[in-house]
Design a protein around this ligand. Structure first.
Ligand code: BGC
Length: 777
């Protein structure tokens, strides 16, 4: 854990330059606009430790798999989130000496991410070994409104000298992925130009043949006046274009370079138009100028914040944490394109290859459901619908048939990209999360029609998978599921993971319910689904009901707990309290063998099931399981704390709930798990939002209305959040003594607060006294 980020409600601030933290800060201060992203690398050359990272949405490379022992059924490739050509370069030399913060003395360094307005700022004074000092201030952003445009304002002022400065403004497309399996570079050059009118480079990915055009233009201001260059050197080398020029720098006179970049990709434009389009966008951006673009950025972010902000008073660490999470989620996914999804690292690092895990359905969907237009959450579901055929083929490859689908553990475009057998073949609970997300979306939006147009097909295919994945145990006279890995990846190849069995049973039941709904309300759609999927309702229902009725669930009635898997109690019954500080994190200190045999749990597993299906269990069962499993969970996945926090809140363990929240919300800002340098934990940020809204706010959907059961952590004066629910927009404001809910829309709404229903007229508010949360014994 590191605590070098300064507390501030709207800004992320680093003061002073610590080279050993540079890669962490490069992740933390990342920028993105849904169509791409950029780590907080320096504009100037930096010879110290750095992870260069520029990313273009949807553009990936299928790197050849590298495994020790090939298993039939493995995918052919492992997709890589591609490190793309970088557009930020502004390289400076003063009298032949490179401005390199690894070589110069760095004074008054600060990096500021302004979350309210959506830009990154960096200020410092660099001192060369001859004592010359220059002051640099850079501001950059990736435009939300013009989502192919990035812009930089780079200001240089010599503080104690006048001299000639040499500048190189470049686009470097000779980029490698650090995680490349065979040290191969994935980009090839297609076309480039360094003409003064238009400097660009178009590159293509090998194998996938995506094309990306990265173009730049710039203008210069000296002492507040436009400076026209009298001479210029154009540099073109392989996969590299640049303009090199000299400027006379005068003591205490500011020189500003405005650099604009346009990044167009074949995801959105025909390859023959890419450079033309980049050129037009760039001209427009330069014509409008940096200040106008920045003003647009402020307005766009103001809109985002209006919909999704959470305000916390009295606890600036908590406030900064949640805003940071919301900011990063909005930078990663705009929901405009159903082909895109939310990668665990978003646009902030390479790790995890591929963009989509079960994280999206289980941890991110609720945030987008409540803070943005319904279409945005729907697009996340449609993404999976579009991949249904590939999920069916994936299951076929493993020996399943008749339209059974196994969605990939990790994917870019529907193909499985993961190749560790204990996860690829066994961590099949992901299929259940996809079914659960359909249920969650329909329950939240009441858009039942989605079942007819998309959802049911997916549900049928997933149910067919479960029906084939279980087998009947003669000994138990029940259905069992063997050889699986649950969410707790510190256990592999186990039998009867309670969570997976629970999801399987639930999916079968929900699919039957959804089928009946579609059959009765959308008979034509039902006909066409039946035909398309060869659905034999009578026989398949009979089988599914039989399995659902006779599914086996491991439990221990004496302890009153569900067992994470068969034989869980045979393990040495230690708790986290038995571990030494030097053991943690286990995954960095213990052998994998020791981890697998131990009782220690990576992340919520049984508890994940109790979180999803809380209505099916009484509070005593939830408490017993929570207490047993929490004591054994090491939370070495970022997806863990939020689930524990929500359950702790439900059990009125408010202090515990708050501590988990703080850990989850500041996971990256404080580098809790020592891995922020690889990139941010974007998907767990959705979990942090759930933490406040569902955990502290106690928000649930009951029948057809929203219900709240809030509490306020001791440390907080008040907190408030906004929720879009169907046609209503609600502001929930929780204070020490009361909760106020305002209906900010022109339509009345029924809500429930502390188990009491209220009708809230349009633009009216209600204030209810806080009540202790009722906990049954
Ligand atoms: C977790 C998985 C998760 C993945 C990507 C792993 O560490 O165990 O549950 O899907 O990270 O976030």
């Amino acid at each position: 854990m590191k605590q070098y980020i300064k507390y501030n409600p709207w800004k992320i601030i680093e003061k002073g330059f610590t080279p050993s933290y540079n890669q962490i800060s490069e992740s933390i201060f990342s920028l993105g606009n849904g169509k791409g992203g950029q780590r907080a690398n320096f504009e100037e050359n930096y010879s110290g430790q750095t992870l260069q990272g520029s990313y273009v949405a949807g553009v990936y490379y299928p790197d050849k798999t590298r495994v020790g022992w090939w298993k039939n059924g493995y995918p052919e490739y492992f997709a890589k989130v591609l490190n793309a050509p970088t557009w930020i370069g502004i390289k400076t030399k003063i009298e032949g000496k490179e401005l390199d913060l690894n070589q110069c003395k760095v004074i008054d360094f600060e990096r500021i991410l302004d979350m309210k307005q959506g830009f990154l700022q960096r200020n410092f004074i660099a001192e060369f070994d001859d004592g010359k000092q220059i002051k640099v201030q850079s501001t950059r952003f990736m435009s939300l409104k013009r989502d192919e445009i990035g812009a930089i304002r780079y200001s240089i002022t010599p503080l104690n000298f006048s001299a000639s400065g040499e500048f190189i403004l470049d686009i470097d497309a000779d980029i490698a992925n650090q995680d490349s399996n065979y040290d191969e570079k994935f980009w090839i050059e297609i076309e480039k130009s360094t003409s003064t009118d238009f400097t660009f480079i178009t590159t293509a990915t090998k194998k996938t043949h995506f094309q990306v055009c990265t173009a730049m233009d710039y203008s210069i201001l000296q002492a507040g006046k436009t400076h026209i260059l009298s001479s210029l050197q154009k540099i073109e080398t392989e996969k590299y274009v640049a303009h090199k020029f000299n400027l006379e720098l005068k003591e205490n006179i500011e020189t500003v370079i405005y650099k604009y970049a346009a990044i167009t990709s074949s995801m959105y434009e025909a390859v023959e138009n890419l450079s033309k389009m980049a050129s037009a966008l760039l001209d427009e951006a330069k014509h409008d100028g940096f200040e106008k673009l920045l003003e647009e950025q402020r307005l766009e972010w103001a809109k985002k914040w209006k919909e999704s902000d959470i305000v916390i008073e009295g606890d600036v660490a908590a406030q900064q944490g949640i805003r940071y999470n919301i900011f990063q989620l909005n930078q990663t996914y705009s929901g405009k394109d159903e082909r895109l999804n939310i990668g665990p690292k978003g646009f902030t690092g390479e790790k995890y290859g591929g963009s989509t895990y079960w994280d999206t359905e289980a941890f991110c969907l609720p945030f987008y459901l409540s803070t943005a237009d319904q279409k945005i959450a729907r697009n996340l579901l449609v993404y999976r619908h579009n991949h249904l055929q590939k999920a069916i083929e994936n299951a076929q490859k493993l020996g399943f048939n008749q339209g059974a689908a196994l969605y990939p553990m990790v994917t870019m475009d529907g193909d499985e990209c993961h190749n560790e057998w204990e996860i690829t073949f066994e961590e099949i609970h992901r299929n259940g999360a996809i079914a659960y997300a359909i249920y969650n979306y329909v329950k939240y939006t009441a858009d039942k029609k989605y079942l007819a147009t998309h959802g049911l097909e997916v549900l049928i295919a997933i149910s067919r998978f479960w029906a084939q994945r279980v087998n009947f145990s003669e000994e138990k006279q029940q259905y069992v599921m063997l050889g699986v890995t649950g969410p707790n990846e510190y256990e592999n190849n186990i039998n009867n993971n309670w969570y997976t069995n629970t999801l399987a049973k639930w999916t079968l039941q929900y699919t039957m319910e959804a089928t009946d709904y579609v059959k009765n309300n959308h008979p034509e759609a039902f006909q066409s689904i039946t035909k398309k999927t060869n659905f034999d309702k009578a026989n398949e229902f009979a089988k599914w009901s039989e399995i659902a009725k006779n599914m086996y669930f491991p439990e221990n009635t004496e302890k009153g707990i569900f067992l994470q898997q068969d034989g869980f109690l045979d393990k040495e019954q230690l708790t986290v309290a038995d571990l030494q500080a030097s053991d943690r994190p286990l995954n960095q200190n213990w052998s994998w063998d020791r981890i697998l045999r131990s009782i220690f749990i990576k992340q919520a597993d049984v508890l994940q099931g109790l979180y999803f299906f809380e209505e099916d269990y009484d509070i005593k069962t939830i408490r017993q399981n929570y207490e047993y499993y929490e004591a054994r969970t090491v939370h070495e996945s970022s997806l863990s704390s939020c689930v524990h926090s929500i359950l702790a809140a439900k059990l009125n363990k408010q202090k515990e709930a708050y501590e988990f929240y703080l850990n989850a919300a500041r996971l990256d800002l404080d580098d809790y798990n020592n891995d922020t340098e690889d990139g941010l934990h974007i998907t767990s940020m959705g979990g942090t939002w759930m933490n406040i809204v569902q955990g502290f706010g106690g928000m649930r959907i009951k029948e057809n209305h929203l219900s709240f059961q809030p509490f306020i952590p001791e440390e907080w004066e008040k907190y408030s959040f906004q929720i879009r629910y169907r046609e209503n927009l609600l502001l929930i404001d929780v204070r020490k003594n009361n909760v106020k809910i305002s209906n900010q829309s022109g339509k009345s709404v029924t809500i429930e607060i502390f188990n009491q229903k209220y009708k809230l007229d349009a633009f009216k508010a209600i204030v209810v006294e806080m009540q202790p949360i009722e906990i049954l014994a």
